[in-house]
Write a protein that binds this ligand. Sequence first.
Ligand code: PEP
Ligand code: MG
Length: 318
Amino acid sequence: AHEQNLLNASKPAVTIDGVAISVEGNIGSLDEAVKSAQSGADGIGLIRTEFIFANNKTIPSEEEQYKAYSDILNAMGGKPVTFRTFDVGGDKPVAYMNLPKEENPIMGLRGVRNYEANKELITNQIRALLRLKPQANVRIMIPMISSARELDHMINVFDEEKKSMGLKEDYNLGIMVEVPSVAILADRFIEKISFFSIGTNDLTQYTVAIDRGNAQLAKFSSSFNPAVLTLINMASTAANKAGKKAGVCGGMASQMNAVALLIGLGVRELAVSAPEIANIKALIRTLSVKECEAFAKEAISLRSSVNVRELVKQKFNL
Ligand code: PEP
Ligand code: MG
């Protein structure tokens, strides 16, 4: 069966009731982009741009970034590529970024919150990304947004840069949904942008208040917690209502036992690791959105992640 799945990997994943689900790569390098393309990815749902320059001693220049991003875009041969702007801080330090020592970095200067103190770095990145625009299929997304005020500020920053570059075309901007405040007020965010990408790793961490890196508490933290599922559903429902798409780019998207649940919650794009693409596409072809919705509704009504996993097992034997 796995051989057969590999043969069909580059074909679209359409449910038995005719809904196309985009199965995209989740990458941190050009190498992984090439692997995703070879594995049949419909695009790239997340590129962690901070990983590309992880070994830099100095900040990556606009030119250096433009070259790296163009190479990835070319490797994907015209398919959509989602570039996440630098997500540094918290669990991800880098040498070239100005990061203060903090008591509680997970709740501190992470992602977008670092841009003000690292203006040159982020300006280089925004300019490099906006320069890709004529090649189309470029999606840009901002990590760790937690308030509308923060999003509005970033839209201004992008617009100013676009103006100073004399660019006319619109750019495709989205945000990560990884802080509960964004899922709760999802309609007020989606109206200003083109898409949501749900980061279930951080969304789970901030919903259950368990550090994602704390091994001792890991057994109490699950993305299958009905509270997390409720937030995923709120974000995707708001996106779908606005005629836009919500994807998942956290680790949950690569789990076979989460696929039906996510589709049932309204998610239409999954960013997964290359080796999972063929099998996840094959699984999607056996599902119906109608059934997934009924199943997700039941899952959301349960009391704990343990009950949700039992339900998945019972319905799908996964
Ligand atoms: C997430 O939080 O789910 C996510 C995709 O971002 P990262 O794992 O890079 O924090
Ligand atoms: Mg995250």
